[in-house]
Design a protein around this ligand. Structure first.
Ligand code: IFM
Length: 435
């Protein structure tokens, strides 16, 4: 790599990230059905209708996976807890096997000197709650708060940090407006409600965890830089609208107790009654903010109904996801987040990485990480309080609607034998983190 641990301040955290449904194997240990199982079982939603039943079988192989994290020299492991594994019906009786699993996983991290960094929800909503309207139903804030208390009542005493929800934009917009993720809806009213309720659930979980006496609680959002596709005013406006929906809505709610006017223009008629009264909960104080960053989009106008924009193919080199490689975006978001929203609050890169096909010599992943880490250092040199960097992902895994072929792992997974094989990027990081 072009960097080494000693280039960063003492205590800067290096970590690897994963999520439960993407790696654990959901068919084990008494986990209940989720809306991803139903979504994946519906032809046309997921490449080859692939699902998370087995995934990387992390449920049985977590010791080996934690050994890999430790051997690479990482300080921390960002994992998520499956709501449906802990509460198979989403509410009510907890699944003892599920709680035991996260208990064992936590202790296994601590035995290896790894800091456990939990995310409560990374997208596998219990199906019984989806049946009740899922993120469209305001009651989800309370259901989620209850889940937070159950899981953190068991492992919260040993967490280094916790964030309630991974990537609110994906939970709400990608899944209820664009229809790309479960529950696969394309409905502006559903999207508006999900956008608001995901924040209400976030704030409720923060309050409940404070009630348990927990600290070091944060929020994790994903960001995509938006550039106008051409020099027209219409393209400029379209990019600003994209930016407002994707990047400014959630931080606006959490830190300004307000949603961007550009978003209200389209969503206000569809927000639930009394939404303005929820900001005290939504803006429950957090101790840090995590940024997930991968790419930028070129945005042009459609002339159609709000939001009236579309993604336009860009000229930059692309990853296996078809995403342009645009490291400047990482710098832009770190500096903008600190300047406009979080001030001195610690920031973390909670996800960054790329998919590239196997077999590969992995030089593209090494170059991608080098370029993005360099931008993180540039932001830090300007005073951005960045305190850590988590690579997505430890393992090749279930890339949601794109199934198993998009390979984000530092470690290759053979999905027949489930054998793990560290890639060149893993070895390069290992060397960098030892210096
Ligand atoms: O795999 C996903 C992850 O679940 C959330 N952030 C982006 C990753 C790559 O698409």
């Amino acid at each position: 790599m072009d960097f080494k641990r000693s280039d960063f301040p003492e205590g800067f955290l290096w970590g690897a990230a994963t999520s439960s449904y993407q790696i654990e194997g959901h068919s084990f240990g008494g986990a209940g059905p989720t809306h991803w199982d139903s979504f994946a079982a519906t032809p046309g939603n997921v490449v080859r209708a692939e699902h998370g039943d087995l995934a990387c079988d992390h449920y049985h192989r977590f010791e080996e996976d934690l050994d890999l994290i430790k051997a690479a020299g990482f300080d921390a492991y960002r994992f998520s807890t499956s709501w449906a594994r802990v509460l198979p019906d989403g509410r009510g009786t907890a699944n003892a096997e599920g709680l035991d699993f996260y208990d064992r996983l936590t202790d296994a991290m601590l035995e290896r000197g790894l800091k456990p960094c939990a995310t409560l929800y990374h997208w596998e909503l219990p199906q019984p709650l989806a049946d009740l309207g899922g993120w469209r139903n305001r009651d989800i804030a309370g259901w989620f708060g209850d889940f937070a208390e159950v899981i953190m009542g068991r492992i919260g005493d040993r967490m280094h940090s916790v964030a309630p929800i991974n990537e609110p934009w994906c939970v709400a917009w990608l899944s209820h407006f664009m229809g790309h993720h479960a529950p696969g809806m394309r409905d502006i009213r559903a999207a508006a409600r999900a956008m608001h309720h995901v924040l209400l659930a976030h704030g409720t979980a923060i309050e409940r965890m404070r009630g348990l006496g927990m600290s070091n609680l944060g929020a994790v959002c994903n960001f995509e830089w938006a550039d106008p596709a051409d020099e027209s005013d219409a393209a400029r406006e379209a990019a600003l609208d994209y930016d407002a929906i994707y990047n400014r809505f959630f931080l606006g709610g959490m830190f300004h107790k307000a949603y961007p006017e550009r978003v209200l223009k389209g969503l206000e008629p569809h927000l639930p009654a009394g939404w303005q009264d929820d900001f005290d909960t939504i803006a429950a104080p957090v101790d840090w903010v995590g940024l997930n960053y991968y790419t930028r989009k070129l945005i042009g106008p459609t002339g159609g109904p709000w939001p009236g924009y579309e993604e336009v193919d860009g000229p930059l080199p692309k990853t296996q996801m078809g995403w342009e490689v645009y490291p400047d975006g990482l710098y832009n978001f770190l500096t903008r987040t600190a300047a406009n929203y979080t001030s001195d609050l610690p920031l973390y890169m909670t996800e960054n990485g790329m998919a590239s096909p196997a077999p590969s010599d992995d030089q593209d992943r090494i170059a991608y990480l080098n370029a993005h880490v360099a931008k993180a250092r540039a932001a830090m040199a300007e005073g951005v309080p960045l305190k850590g960097y988590f690579i997505w992902s430890l393992l090749d895994n279930y890339e949601w609607a794109l199934g198993y072929e998009k390979r984000f792992g530092l470690v290759h997974v053979d999905f027949e034998s489930l054998q793990r094989t560290p890639k060149a990027s893993y070895e390069a990081l290992k060397l960098a983190l030892s210096q």
